[in-house]
Design a protein around this ligand. Structure first.
Ligand code: AMP
Length: 446
């Protein structure tokens, strides 16, 4: 019950209005300490309810009668525009029965409009570091009276190269009384350095990403022979699974565009989100998905970070994420707030070891699923080591056993080519429209 916290009745009213009944684990752990004014370092991922965990105590501190605002009291920094927008929404929802005003500063929006908003001095300023620095340089931003500073998804801000900007903004808040840093992962040396510089005697709340994986999401793997085979499986899943909204993750922009093209050719209502899309596209994709006009999103990790869309109940990992944390991020999007979700990872020969190390990291084993209509020849390594990784994966050994490639080819050369994804210009065996050949993918990875 939220009434267990010493929160102002206007905030409890907003919580009730939003139909939040039970605090999530991160809220239960962080809200009392944040209300005491403690510095916090919280390891929790998107979807855990971490936004409310810092927003409610901040609002509680600011709540009061209507007055002329003279200074920004709270600064919340996040790595992406979408996260910042979502956080603003959450702040506005919780502050609906108060006089507290908040403002948003992100790239891709009108600079002058933002400057005008800053002149009105919001109580809470939310945004991304790059544009904040631009306003600072333009003399539009005064953070001297900031009392509470939040660095949300701090690990991601570092990954995205914002370390210097964040540090500068932190230095601009010399009178802050409380700092809360949230990260999805325990991070590396960059994060440790930032924590040491920014936080004072922090309480570390480790809401382990793994234990936060939603129990109501089923996690399956389906083995595949190559990317084209993966595309066939995706088709089958989209046509046969029951879902409200689906998200397909790829590791590269090129693959995201390719899959998107395939879906559109089949008249699916889909959208693609990756690092090269501009702000307008991203907004449109998210709005359409939220409104239900689009049911399928194809995305890379960076672009999908922090997406919070209701009814997202099917996640397909076309490519396996590169780390356990990233996997948790992706899967954390389904099965939220008690809804059932289904997460399916498509596993080729080359994905197996990554998949098995993610299983080990999560301390669970994914359900193996076979779909008879699109069954391929690869079904995992012949032999696995105790770690779950493939044993004796050298080609020679597989050849000697002559295991599974009967349907493919007799000569090693042909076999090799059967396993390799075909160029974009070829018509795939699933009869989908061919795509134009693309230029060689320059920096394909996000
Ligand atoms: P977050 O991790 O802050 O991005 O939150 C993920 C989603 O869970 C958001 O849509 C929140 O509005 C929602 N949420 C947060 N806390 C609760 C709660 N205690 N009960 C129900 N939904 C919640």
């Amino acid at each position: 019950m939220f009434s267990q916290f010493a929160l102002h009745e206007r905030l409890l009213k907003a919580v009730a209005e939003l139909k939040f009944v039970e605090p999530t684990p991160v809220q239960a752990a962080a809200i009392p300490l944040a209300l005491q004014g403690r510095d916090l370092r919280v390891t929790a991922q998107t979807g855990s309810g971490k936004t409310a965990a810092f927003v409610l105590p901040i609002l509680n501190r600011l709540i009061g009668p209507a007055k002329i605002r003279v200074s920004i009291k709270t600064l919340i920094l996040l790595p992406t525009r979408e996260l910042a927008q979502q956080t603003l929404k959450e702040v506005e929802r919780f502050s609906q029965f108060t006089f507290i005003k908040s403002g948003l500063i992100t790239g891709g929006e009108d600079f002058k409009v933002q400057a005008a908003m800053l002149r009105k001095v919001p109580d809470i300023l939310i945004g991304t570091p790059g544009r904040m620095i631009e306003h600072l340089n333009a003399g539009n931003l005064d953070l001297k009276e900031v009392e509470v500073l939040v660095l949300d998804e701090a690990d991601r801000m570092l990954d995205m190269g914002f370390a210097e900007d964040v540090q500068r903004l932190v230095d601009e808040c010399p009178n802050r009384q409380q700092t809360m840093l949230f990260s999805a992962t325990t991070g590396g040396s960059g994060l440790r350095e930032m924590i040491a510089k920014v936080l004072k005697n922090p309480e570390h709340l480790q809401l382990n990403a793994v234990s936060q994986l939603n129990d109501s999401t089923r996690q399956q793997i389906i083995t595949a022979d190559h990317n084209q085979h993966k595309e066939q499986i995706v088709n089958w899943l989209l046509a046969n699974e029951t879902y409200q909204k689906a998200i397909i993750f790829t590791n590269t922009r090129v693959m995201a565009d390719r899959i998107y093209g395939r879906l559109v050719a089949q008249e699916y209502k889909a959208f693609v989100l990756h690092g090269e899309k501009d702000q307008k596209d991203r907004k449109l994709a998210i709005d359409r998905l939220k409104q239900g006009g689009v049911k399928i999103l194809v995305a890379t990790d960076v672009a999908a970070r922090g997406l919070d869309v209701e009814g997202l109940d099917l996640v397909i990992n076309f490519d396996m994420p590169r780390s356990g944390d990233e996997y948790v991020h992706r899967i954390g999007r389904t099965g939220r707030a008690g809804n059932d979700g289904l997460a399916i990872s498509l596993i080729c020969h080359g994905d197996w070891n990554l998949m098995s190390s993610i299983e080990r990291y999560l301390k669970q084993s994914f359900e193996r699923r076979t779909i008879k209509e699109v069954k391929g020849t690869y079904s995992g390594p012949k032999k696995v080591k105790a770690s779950g990784k493939a044993a004796g994966t050298k080609k020679k050994k597989t050849d000697a056993k002559g295991d599974k490639k009967k349907a493919v080819a007799k000569t090693p050369n042909k076999r090799k080519s059967a396993n390799r994804p075909k160029p974009d210009s070829l018509v795939s065996s699933d009869g989908m429209a061919p795509l134009k050949r693309r230029k060689p993918a320059a920096p394909a990875a996000e």
